[in-house]
Design a protein. Structure first.
Length: 212
């Protein structure tokens, strides 16, 4: 299965390369015939998920094993005398560290890991919240795109994945208002997070507390 997807991925890029070469070397470019069944967006997306998803899963499981088998490189604060802290004493389980780390408070991180680590983690938390809002937007945007009526420019779109994108929406369609609304929701939430977190004020107060 993995070998088939690798061949499909390689064939797709070879065909794209031949098309680009053909277009640049001839006055009247002609596309190289490509098998639509093998190079449609759904097949490419599936091949990408199989290839990179398998690598990601394998590396993640390997990391979960290695961090418990050889903890010293991954948890310096548990054995280096000058860096030892109570927060690093627990290695947690094979997968349980994914959610148990959330039980650690910001005060503990500040006291045991420092201000830089706390700021880094808070920025990551903001990014995860923004990603959740983007996923929420996708839930209601995808049906709007998929059910858009076809016109001359979108009649040739038959791939199921492409139909879920804005490419399937005709030019001037009122459905594009949904995209604008989604953008305002996302940008508005980002601005709300910036104001709610008050990063400059929060950082300034913590910095004064640390230095004092």
């Amino acid at each position: 299965m993995l070998d088939d997807n690798l061949l499909l991925y390689q064939q797709y890029h070879e065909d794209r390369f031949l098309q680009d070469t053909n277009s640049s070397e001839t006055a009247a470019p002609t596309a190289v015939p490509v098998n639509d069944a093998d190079t449609n967006e759904s097949a490419i997306l599936r091949a990408t998920f199989v290839i990179y998803g398998s690598v990601l899963l394998g590396v993640f499981v390997l990391f979960c094993y290695v961090r418990l088998k050889f903890p010293r490189p991954y948890n310096l604060r548990n054995w280096v005398e000058d860096l030892k802290t109570p927060i690093a004493a627990n290695q947690f389980g094979f997968f349980s560290w994914l959610w148990q780390l959330n039980a650690i408070t910001e005060d503990e991180i500040l006291n045991d890991c420092g201000l830089d680590a706390l700021c880094f983690l808070r920025v990551l938390r903001m990014g995860s919240r923004i990603a959740v809002v983007a996923c929420f937007n996708a839930i209601w945007l995808l049906p709007i795109y998929a059910t858009a009526p076809s016109d001359d420019a979108t009649d040739d779109i038959t791939d199921r994945v492409v139909k879920l994108t804005i490419a399937h929406v005709p030019v001037g369609s009122k459905r594009l208002i949904g995209t604008v609304i989604a953008a305002y929701i996302l940008f508005g939430y980002v601005m709300y997070l910036i104001l709610a977190v008050s990063l400059p004020v929060w950082l300034g107060s913590l910095r004064c507390a640390v230095l004092s």
